[in-house]
Design a protein around this ligand. Structure first.
Ligand SMILES: Nc1ncnc2c1ncn2[C@@H]1O[C@H](COP(=O)(O)OP(=O)(O)OP(=O)(O)O)[C@@H](O)[C@H]1O
Length: 486
């Protein structure tokens, strides 16, 4: 038995919910205005509240914030009409546990939601999101922005609403759209990603909606479009800003009515797919410039999720590298100074660029080192003078300096001692020095060519085979072969 508060100016809603919840022996209090609410909230303690976001005398979001402040343990379900789903998004951001849409079409869902919130408390969305992400190639990280993003994405995935994803190129819009699909009730149906920018304008319409036989030259038979292929699943329209104004009209129709007609077709078909759209350009600006329809943007922008660029969450870089190397199942690690370099870069290509940099470094280091030092990074990381100087004087030289000093002392001590020196011992020391010195000079050359081995061999005046031999020799510290032919 729980104390439940209902705040709604529509009498029928109050009565309906009251009936539903009293059946389960809960005590229900109905408030029909903000003033009513203020009185009740000081008199009683509630475990759950159903809150309408539109009241005649007060803003529902203000009530939500007030309730969360004075009764923080009270769970809140916000109620909205379709027209103000955006307010529900804001409510979730402000701490509401969930939202339901009016008119109610699934009473069992409401009962289930109330039971769950009262019995177990809210299941933390972030841990559910992490579980789903771990089953697909999706990294969430630990930055506040990404945690918030995936928590919201998880919550909205459960609802049947259109989502608009904004983010620069390579931030992971496709990855996020796929995550929303996997977290939704549509996960067993297809996920169909379409890059509108990669399909020519004349073809996009028939790719999206399909075409009938004979619709144009070459249309030898009927063909299904992506809307049909997605079925009850999710259609991800990436780079939607690239769609022509004619295609935008058709997209608007399918979003408003669920209906579409194949190119050259006669019969109207219904789409049951959920649409997630994304754009790297600001669609509001595109509307101002006249290249994007305002009504379509209004339909798409029900829930907007913005993926922050990588430069705004540099703290995710070390964790992403670890995550990615684990995926590759490689026993490699990035040296702290390499990570420092990566964290000082702007990342215009975002996560995609980071993945490329990791792949490149791994390929260069393979068979040579298990520790990825800055010289395995491309030159662009060292264009800033301070960074370039830092890398030029990086550890390897310092380490070789130290080695040389110790080696010299060692030999001098041997030289100065009175007893006879063992010649094999001396020759061993000289051989060890030769190996170290060769390796240090090769590493220096590779740093100069930013990992380009071919260029390094030219500068060093040796063959590629010999270079590999020297690198392996250091790595395996095995006995050197007496003679090596080029
Ligand atoms: N959250 C993530 N977890 C794991 N990998 C990611 C994530 N986000 C991005 N990536 C990596 O970055 C690459 C690019 O991601 P994605 O294609 O989703 O970006 P995008 O924003 O859709 O790019 P574009 O704007 O070019 O379409 C992916 O192939 C993946 O390797």
């Amino acid at each position: 038995m729980a104390n439940i508060l209902i705040v709604d100016d529509e009498q029928e809603i109050g009565h309906f919910l009251s009936y539903l919840l009293s059946e389960k022996d809960h005590i229900v209090t109905i408030c029909m205005s903000g003033a009513d609410y203020e009185r009740c909230v000081t008199e009683q303690e509630f475990q759950l509240a159903f809150l309408d976001v539109r009241l005649p005398d007060r803003n529902g979001l203000e009530i939500l914030q007030h309730l969360k402040k004075v009764q923080p343990m009270c769970k809140v379900i916000v109620m909205t009409g379709y027209a103000n789903v955006k307010t529900a998004v804001e409510a979730i951001r402000l701490g509401a546990n969930d939202f339901i849409e009016k008119p109610f079409d699934d009473i069992e869902d409401i009962e289930k939601l109330a039971d769950e919130l009262l019995e177990n408390g809210p299941v933390p969305s972030l841990s559910c999101a992490r579980e789903i992400a771990s089953k697909m190639d999706c990294f969430i990280g630990s930055s506040k922005e990404m945690n918030q993003l995936f928590t919201l994405a998880y919550k909205f995935a459960q609802k049947n609403i259109t989502v608009l994803i904004e983010g620069e190129t390579g931030t992971g819009k496709d990855v996020l759209a796929n995550f929303i699909h996997q977290a939704s009730r549509r996960a067993d149906y297809p996920y169909v990603p379409v890059n509108c920018g990669a399909i020519t304008e004349s073809l996009l319409e028939s790719e999206l909606f399909g075409h009938a036989k004979g619709a144009f030259t070459g249309a030898a038979k009927d063909r299904k479009g992506y809307f049909e292929l997605a079925g009850k699943g999710t259609l991800f329209l990436d780079e939607i800003g690239e769609a022509s104004l004619t295609t935008q009209v058709k997209l608007l129709r399918v979003l408003e009515t669920g209906e579409f007609i194949k190119v050259g077709g006669e019969t109207t078909q219904r789409s049951q797919a959920r649409v997630i759209a994304a754009s790297h350009v600001n669609l509001h600006e595109a509307v101002e410039h006249g290249s994007f329809r305002e009504d379509l943007l209004y339909r798409l922008d029900v829930v907007k999720l913005r993926i922050p660029p990588l430069r705004e969450r540099l703290e995710d870089i070390p964790a992403f590298i670890e995550y990615y190397l684990n995926q590759l199942e490689l026993d490699l690690s990035f040296a702290p100074e390499t990570i420092d370099c990566l964290c000082q870069y702007e990342w215009p290509g975002n996560i995609r660029e980071l993945v490329n940099v990791i792949n490149r470094a791994v390929a260069l280091a393979e068979g040579e080192s298990t520790r990825i030092t800055p010289h395995y990074l491309p030159a662009k990381f060292f264009t800033a003078p301070s960074l370039a100087n830092k890398v030029e004087s990086e550890k390897p030289e310092i380490e070789f300096d130290d080695y040389l000093r110790i080696w010299q002392q060692d030999i001098l001590e041997m030289w100065k001692q009175d007893k006879d020196t063992s010649l094999p011992e001396l020759l061993d020391k000289i051989k060890a020095f030769e190996t170290e010195a060769t390796h240090a000079f090769i590493q220096k050359a590779l740093r100069k060519t930013v990992g380009d081995r071919k260029e390094a061999t030219k500068n060093l005046g040796i063959s590629m085979r010999r270079l590999r031999y020297y690198l392996n020799e250091k790595k395996n510290t095995r006995e050197r072969e007496p003679m090596l032919k080029d």
